[in-house]
Ligand binder design. Structure first.
Ligand code: URA
Ligand code: URA
Length: 365
């Protein structure tokens, strides 16, 4: 080998992209965001993948109106050799290479189900089960045995059915329109302006679960649209995802007065709606935003500091607990921890095949 290789223009442009991306991350998480030499940013999805089909989002102005929110965030433009330039963390199982294995001509190919397509096994039993969810070692699951902790009656592991966005979107729409909008099961219904069901992709890989609607959400009917929602949007785009690609819901669908934490009996009453959302979307990973959402899903009476930074499980689905965006607005020092939690989720996603890119043989979700 003689001499130094001339600078590669593609590489220079990639470096510029990464710098722009980091500037965006620092705007969200603070100045101490650093590049992890082992690959902080996981291998990106197939650059041809693009957004998930818009038809998969629940119909109506809510889903469409917010679809482009994440697009203003820092995103790397598609580049054919991005996966080569951004190595996978070797400590993780190697993700399947969709660029060669993907059987579709294009992932944007409509995944319309045949007219007779049954909903599939994604609708699992609502019967309570004694099987405790897995919480990370050192945490004790108390369920309703301790005051203030909701026993979410988690039930059996969620069975992952075929990924049929339209079928799932229809299940969600029906739940919203026929049950949630007219719900009067708890006192929160008395003061609400609108119910806030949830938005996003019906086959989302990631489901964010917050606490309950605030004033802006109560007015618009859409979760996380106020200041905390804008920070959540930045967190989502820092994960290289769009708001329309993830699913966003809350433990309760009506605004608690004065934005107080929902009472356990309110979460309990609203639980079946969130349960159906989880069973329908069957996300690959859940991000619980704040302690009430974490307690609701995991049934543990632990502090957020004890819960965050590692994966738990809710009905077989990995759960990452992190600070609520509203808490981050009041405590910006905690953004660094949330960025650490988000990186764990990104690494998990990078090592896990996207169900929409797997063969559509109906065998997995
Ligand atoms: N906070 C939440 O927990 N949920 C929302 O939808 C908005 C703010
Ligand atoms: N306590 C909470 O309830 N939520 C947070 O996000 C942090 C601490």
């Amino acid at each position: 080998m003689t001499g130094v290789a001339p600078p590669d223009p593609d590489r220079r442009s990639l470096v510029r992209d990464v710098e722009a991306y980091l500037i965006g991350l620092r705007a969200t998480y603070g100045d101490d965001v650093v590049v992890d030499p082992e690959g902080t940013v996981p291998a990106t999805p197939d650059p041809n993948r693009g957004p998930r089909p818009a038809s998969a989002a629940p119909p109506g102005p809510r889903a469409e109106g917010r679809g482009s929110v994440g697009e203003g965030g820092p995103r790397l433009p598609a580049s054919p050799d991005r996966s080569a330039a951004r190595p996978l963390d070797r400590s993780l199982p190697v993700a399947r290479d969709h660029s060669t294995a993907r059987p579709f001509a294009s992932p944007l190919r409509p995944l319309a189900p045949p007219p007779t397509c049954p909903p599939g096994p994604q609708q699992t039993s609502f019967l309570p089960s004694d099987a405790p969810p897995l919480v990370a070692p050192g945490l004790r699951r108390t369920g309703a045995a301790e005051p203030g902790v909701v026993d979410f009656r988690p039930g059996p592991d969620i069975v992952r059915g075929p990924c049929r966005p339209e079928v799932r979107a229809e299940t969600l729409r029906a739940l919203d329109e026929t049950e949630v909008r007219g719900c009067t099961k708890c006192r929160l219904s008395q003061a609400r302006t609108r119910t806030v069901f949830g938005v996003g992709h019906s086959c989302a890989r990631v489901m964010f679960i917050g606490e309950g609607p605030g004033a802006e959400e109560d007015r618009t009917g859409e979760p996380f649209v106020g200041r905390a929602g804008q920070l959540l949007d930045r967190i989502i785009s820092s994960m290289n995802l769009r708001r329309a690609e993830v699913y966003i819901a809350n433990t309760v669908k009506c605004r608690p007065p004065e934005n107080r934490t929902p009472y356990p009996d309110e979460m309990e009453a609203c639980g079946p709606y969130l349960r159906t959302q989880l069973e329908t979307v069957c996300p690959q990973v859940i991000v619980a935003l704040g302690r009430p959402a974490a307690q609701c899903l995991l049934g543990v009476n632990a502090s957020l500091g004890e819960l965050r930074g590692r994966f738990h499980r809710h009905r077989g689905i990995p759960v990452m607990v992190t600070y609520h965006p509203a808490y981050l607005l009041r405590n910006p020092d905690a953004k660094k921890s949330t960025w650490d939690d988000v990186k764990l989720v990104m690494r998990f996603l990078a090592a896990t095949p996207d169900p929409l890119l797997l063969p559509d043989d109906g065998s997995r979700c």
